[in-house]
Design a binder for this molecule. Sequence first.
Ligand SMILES: Nc1ncnc2c1ncn2[C@@H]1O[C@H](COP(=O)(O)OP(=O)(O)OP(=O)(O)O)[C@@H](O)[C@H]1O
Ligand SMILES: [Mg+2]
Length: 394
Amino acid sequence: MLMNETITDSKITSVPCPNCGEALPKDAKTCPNCGVDLLLMTLLTERSYLDGLPGAAPISAAPETLIPRIGDYLLDHGLITEEQLESAVEQQKLLAENKDHRLLGQTLIEMDYIDAETLDLAINLQIIELHTALREANRTLEQRVEERTVELKSALERLSEANQIKANLISNISHELRTPLAHIKGYVELIRDEDLGVLTDDQKDAIHVMQRSTLRLESLIDDLIEFSTAARGGITLNIEPVNITDLTKSVLSQSLKKADKGEVKLKIALEEHLPNLNADPARLEWVLYQLVDNGIKFTPSGGEVIVGAKLEGETIKVFVADTGIGIPPDRIEEAFIPFHQLDGSATRRHGGTGLGLALVKLILESHVSELNIESFKEKGSLISFTLPIVPENE
Ligand SMILES: Nc1ncnc2c1ncn2[C@@H]1O[C@H](COP(=O)(O)OP(=O)(O)OP(=O)(O)O)[C@@H](O)[C@H]1O
Ligand SMILES: [Mg+2]
């Protein structure tokens, strides 16, 4: 039998533990220093031989695949010949067909191609190689994680730069649009008031349409400016005590016309004697208006939108519920993407720019609050947020 020098060296009486490197007696089953189960690791290595056998359990991409299989290992180290390996594998297959599964090492011993001691040593050395290979794999993995972290950080920086540029662009364009729009609005009002001459009924109708469109454009530009300011973290709040009951009623009266047009019922569900809450009243009114506006817009005729508020500890929970088309739960996050509508098709039935909820979210965040959406497709939505009440002694 061909013997590899290192393995057959009779002076070798111990091998290092694959886990802690402690010198082990060559017949040790566990490491006395770190307690690693050498038998288990040996089995792990030997298992790779069953791989090629019919009916063998599939072996996942485990660390043992990092080093050669025992047969190749013994061959590479000149401990068996190629013919011996082939006939042992053949024998193993024959036995396996009779449901007698043997490890390759065992078969090699039984066929007298190798003795148990040499095989033990070979397996121990292979375990050490496995351990080294594992260490190397971990080191490469750590290095890769570090590289990816750096790449992600730089991508994030580039993204926030791009966002900043986008916010600046939106802000500049919106301000530029405001000036000509102010002129258009002024002249439309002059014409409407007949300061520039008497109008026919058809002209009055046309001017009426122009004026409505001008107002829509103005409110869109205001939203864009507000959004770009908020996106740059520039919202300044005027926090003061707000009576949520009055504010809700005001929002509902502004929304009544739209609700009537869409044949949607508006209902109010306010708890009695609610204390004031701390918020920026103008922005809170805008937030509530947007939520009610969405509720009406996305509720088919015959449905209803309920706006309410209730005390919850030291906070007030404000909510808007509707019986509309709902948002599929897995698409809720999408609803907050600026300029994005869930139905983005050219044939979509609902108007809007997809800015409302993105801005609502930013405004609530600046109030250290957040928007909760519970919604199910075709079942309606319940949208809510909480704000702190004014402490009693204030
Ligand atoms: N109550 C709701 N029911 C169903 N879908 C909703 C509701 N509220 C929002 N959505 C979905 O979320 C998307 C984003 O809402 P958002 O208010 O931001 O935009 P919008 O209403 O389409 O346009 P804008 O508010 O700018 O006029 C909507 O287009 C819609 O698809
Ligand atoms: Mg909206």
